[in-house]
Design a protein around this ligand. Structure first.
Ligand code: DQA
Length: 146
């Protein structure tokens, strides 16, 4: 069982960017959390990828086909704009969980749309970085139950 965690724009700035919303933990802390949670859940591999570029995120989703059993994705700002990311997740057909560190449902109107959600088995919001561990657990349960 292998999972790929994909993070979109500005998530490399965790710890620096708007700490009142996203907390003081860094991107390296997030990578470590995903690896640790993955091994706790019995994943043989959890890779963590980040890009600020939409096309690179789409390439990463496409490359996941045949290499991973599931995807955890926080498309960040592209959540609210990208049909391309939605189509890529649909194209590979891997189980995918959408994660947001903040409670997007309590924020601005423009954050209320998520394109990728239509291709995801679950959405997790407002759990901070622990939301990624939750997402990996859901991916594992989905894989084991099918
Ligand atoms: C985010 C929420 C998005 O609206 C925002 O653009 C982000 C991060 C979150 O993790 O809470 O960059 O996806």
């Amino acid at each position: 069982m292998k999972a790929l965690v994909i993070n979109g724009p500005n998530l490399n700035m965790l710890g620096v960017r708007e700490p009142d919303i996203y907390g003081r933990s860094t991107y390296d802390d997030l990578v470590a959390l995903c690896k640790r949670a993955g091994s706790d859940e019995g994943f043989e591999l959890v890779d963590v990828y980040q890009s600020n570029h939409e096309g690179d995120l789409i390439d990463a989703i496409q490359r996941a086909l045949g290499a991973y059993d599931g995807i955890v994705i926080n498309p960040a700002a592209y959540t609210h704009t990208s049909v391309g990311i939605l189509d890529a997740v649909k194209a590979v057909g891997l189980p995918c969980v959408e994660v947001h560190i903040s409670a997007v449902e309590e924020r601005e109107d423009f954050r209320q749309v998520s394109y990728v959600r239509a291709a995801c088995i679950a959405t997790i919001t407002g759990e901070g970085l622990e939301g990624y561990a939750h997402a990996l657990r859901l991916i594992k349960e989905h894989i084991q139950n099918r």
